[in-house]
Design a protein around this ligand. Structure first.
Ligand code: GLN
Length: 190
C-alpha cells in the first residue's frame, strides 16, 4: 500500500513518519504525475492558498480527479483544500467533501490550542493551529470526531478531513482510520 503525502509546503514530514510507523510505504508527492503511483493521499496542514498557487492549474486539475477516485485525508489546510466551499477569505475548493469551511475561524487570540475532543465516544487530543471550522455539512457527510459542538473530523465517500493536526499528537487512531479506508475501499471502522 503506497500512500502519498503532498509535500510542496507545510508539515508533511510528521505525516510521513506516522504513516511509516503504521507500516505504510510513503511517497512524498511533489509532481502531479506522482499521483498516478499511489493508493491514497494525505494533504497536510500548511497554507491552503500557497498549496493552490504552487499546484497551479494543471496540478489542481490532476488533484481534483485524484480525490474523486482515490482515498484522500486532508488535515487543517488539507481539509480546506477538500471542501466544496471556503470562506474568510473565499478560495477554490476541490469539492470532495460537501462542507463549507471558514478559515482561521478561532480568531487571533487562540491562534493555536490543544484540546480534548471525542473520536466517536472516546477522548482524543487535538492540536489546532490557525484552524478552520466546518460551518455547513451536506447530508452525505459523516462526523468522525467532535470538539465541543463542532464537527472536527468528517468523511464522505473516499474523502476524509480533520480541522486539527492528528500527526502532531501521539494518538494514531485517525491515521489508522484513513489506512483502513485505503485498504478496504469502504472505510468501515468501529
Ligand atoms: N490557516 C491555514 C489556511 O487557511 C491553515 C492552517 C494549518 O494548516 N495549520 O490554509
Amino acid at each position: 500500500m503506497k500512500i502519498g503525502v503532498l509535500a510542496i509546503q507545510g508539515d508533511f514530514d510528521a505525516h510521513k513518519k506516522r504513516l511509516e510507523e503504521l507500516g505504510a510505504e510513503v511517497v512524498l508527492v511533489r509532481k502531479p504525475e506522482q499521483l498516478d503511483q499511489i493508493d491514497g493521499l494525505v494533504i497536510p496542514g500548511g497554507e491552503s492558498g500557497a498549496f493552490l498557487k504552487i499546484l497551479g492549474e494543471q496540478g489542481i486539475a490532476k488533484l481534483k480527479e485524484f480525490v474523486r477516485v482515490k482515498p484522500t485525508f486532508g488535515t487543517c489546510a488539507g481539509a480546506i483544500m477538500l471542501a466544496k466551499e471556503v470562506t474568510n477569505p473565499g478560495q477554490f475548493g476541490l469539492g470532495a467533501l460537501d462542507i463549507r469551511v471558514r478559515r482561521n475561524a478561532y480568531g487571533r487570540q487562540i491562534d493555536s490550542s490543544i484540546r480534548t475532543g471525542k473520536l466517536g465516544e472516546s477522548p482524543l487530543e487535538m492540536v489546532f493551529i490557525r484552524a478552520p471550522k466546518i460551518e455547513r455539512m451536506g447530508p452525505g457527510v459523516e462526523v468522525i470526531a467532535t470538539e465541543g459542538n463542532d464537527a472536527v473530523a468528517v468523511r464522505q465517500g473516499k474523502a476524509m478531513a480533520a480541522t486539527f493536526h492528528p500527526e502532531l499528537s501521539e494518538d494514531d487512531r485517525l491515521h489508522r482510520v484513513f489506512l483502513d479506508l485505503v485498504r478496504d475501499g469502504n472505510g468501515v471502522h468501529g
